[in-house]
Design a protein around this ligand. Structure first.
Ligand code: ADP
Ligand code: GLC
Length: 479
């Protein structure tokens, strides 16, 4: 089985969120199963290539009259082969892959990702490398949505399209469609057309042989108007091709072997957790106390993640004896409000704005609990990391969060299945309720210890998920 895995980010080369984690880990896990997977990624200006890492020129192709170079290298950790699509609209820009320094999306994103899609199609149809052709192209999110649409006619190549987040759809006006030179046969409601505009994500949803979501629950949710973002009807129509496969945890998230942590620890030896907590409090300038619960958060500061509600809850902590630490970046208004909260309440609240991989690991290692008040969450990775790090997840019961966290209750404490605190609805009071629920749990050493150990005993490694993807590839290629 050979697979071309098309993605707009892949850790450790370039990352803005969970898609990069998945694109780093899933291909590596598939290789372990004997699949010949190769990644195709834009050659951004800011790829974190190792200093000694070489890139080889494979070929120069023509995309609608523009020369595009295809380079080849390997993923720094896993050694998975990567094709890099090199064009100035990618390589001449630094920083975030999707937006400029002013925080606005690049105006030519549709052109960039249409070009990327066409280059991926050239790879898939062996125009680039006559010696290699994939059985399946696995595309991810709107940036790669045109690939299944463009490959639709090529019957020998099957496609899988994974929805990591239905809220980002790549919708542009009709003149963009015209400018991109796409076949007019795609301009129809059961094609790329979406209420008079063009939609990249529809290319994947309409034309892929299989559609996957990153958790089983999200596959159900997006078939309802509340979570479907206008595409629930289409998704219900395609429900026979739609399946949820839960993400896993990459090998770089393991408290027993995590170079970012102060001290390693594991379920067999939990003492190191307290050492990491003290080190984290010190690093963040919080009072170093082991008798106060430290609740942490890492993520994009956007409405999806419930950042607005979290900020409101933080201003209503009253006399609660609790610490809160967070790392994130996102909407300016949220960054500013969080900074202001920390300034107003420095004994309890610490905030770091920016992107910091090491600190993200130390927050998982040193936190007692990790809060994710997401309005929706296709999978969510930090609750999985939290389980593994014995950092009690506090989550809203949506998407993958509901699939992976078992709520603390009298019953689950009795039968030993509790792994976290779950809010069954979401508002400011629910967040304060969850803080209180955790503060109570924190005061009961035995119960906290039991929940922590039960969390750490969960297995969400990539192997099982990779096997599910392989079955899917086999299903569509042997049909
Ligand atoms: P999403 O992809 O919606 O942002 P996920 O939970 O799937 O959410 O994945 C987010 C990933 O990005 C996690 O690995 C998380 O640790 C990481 N992350 C998010 N924000 C930051 C940040 N400011 N610094 C470091 N890592 C971050
Ligand atoms: C998206 C989702 C997140 C998911 C990630 C990786 O960014 O928001 O829930 O974990 O993709 O699949």
């Amino acid at each position: 089985m050979s697979v071309l895995f098309a993605t707009s980010e892949a850790y450790p080369l370039i990352k803005t969120g969970g898609l990069a984690d998945v694109s780093g880990a899933l291909p590596a896990a598939l290789i372990e199963l004997g699949v010949d997977v190769r990644i195709v990624l834009p050659r951004y200006g800011d790829l974190a290539l190792r200093e000694d890492q070489t890139t080889e020129h494979v070929s120069r192709i023509d995309v609608l009259g523009q020369p595009v170079d295809i380079l080849q290298t390997v993923m720094p950790d896993s050694g998975v082969m990567v094709y890099l699509v090199d064009h100035p609209t990618f390589s001449a820009r630094q920083g975030n892959p999707y937006m400029g320094p002013d925080g606005n999306s690049w105006h030519d994103n549709p052109d960039r990702f249409a070009l990327f899609a066409r280059a991926a199609v050239s790879l898939a149809t062996a125009e680039v490398d006559a010696d290699w052709q994939p059985d399946v192209v696995h595309a991810n999110d709107w940036q790669t949505g045109l690939i299944p649409a463009l490959l639709h006619e090529a019957d020998s190549i099957k496609t899988v399209f994974t929805l990591h987040n239905l809220a980002y759809q790549g919708v542009f006006d009709r003149s963009t469609f015209e400018r991109l030179g796409l076949p007019w046969s795609l301009w129809r409601p059961d094609g790329l057309e979406f209420w008079g505009n063009m939609s990249f994500i529809k290319g994947g949803i309409v034309f892929a042989d299989r559609i996957t979501t990153v958790s089983p629950n999200y596959a159900q949710e997006i078939q309802t108007p509340a979570f479907g973002y206008g595409l629930d009807g289409l998704l219900r129509h395609r429900r026979d091709a739609l399946v949820g496969i839960l993400n896993g945890i990459g090998s770089d998230w393991d408290p027993a072997h995590d170079p970012a942590l102060h001290t390693p620890y594991s379920i067999k030896d939990l003492d190191g957790k307290a050492v990491n907590k003290a080190a984290l409090q010190k690093e963040l300038g919080l009072p170093v106390r082991d008798d106060v619960p430290l609740i942490v958060h890492v993520g994009r500061l956007v409405e999806q993640k419930g950042t607005d509600l979290l900020i409101q809850a933080l201003s209503m902590l009253d006399q609660r004896d609790v610490q809160f630490a967070c790392l994130g970046s996102g909407e300016t208004r949220f960054e500013q409000a969080l900074r202001a909260r920390a300034e107003a309440d420095p004994e309890r609240i610490a905030v770091r704005i920016g992107y910091d991989e090491g600190l993200a690991h130390r927050l998982e290692g040193g936190g007692d609990a990790f809060i994710m008040p997401s309005r929706f969450e296709p999978c969510g990775l930090n609750q999985l990391y939290s389980l593994k790090y014995g950092t009690v997840p506090i989550v809203h019961s949506v998407g993958g969060l509901a699939d992976t966290v078992t709520p603390v209750s009298q019953e689950t404490l009795r039968n030993g299945s509790a792994t976290g605190i779950v809010m069954d609805h979401l508002d400011v009071n629910a967040i304060l309720w969850a803080f209180d629920a955790f503060i109570r749990l924190f005061d009961r050493d035995d119960e906290l210890d039991a929940v922590r150990r039960q969390a750490m005993a969960q297995h969400y490694d990539w192997d099982a998920s990779a096997r599910s993807y392989l079955s899917l590839y086999e299903e569509i290629t042997t049909r």
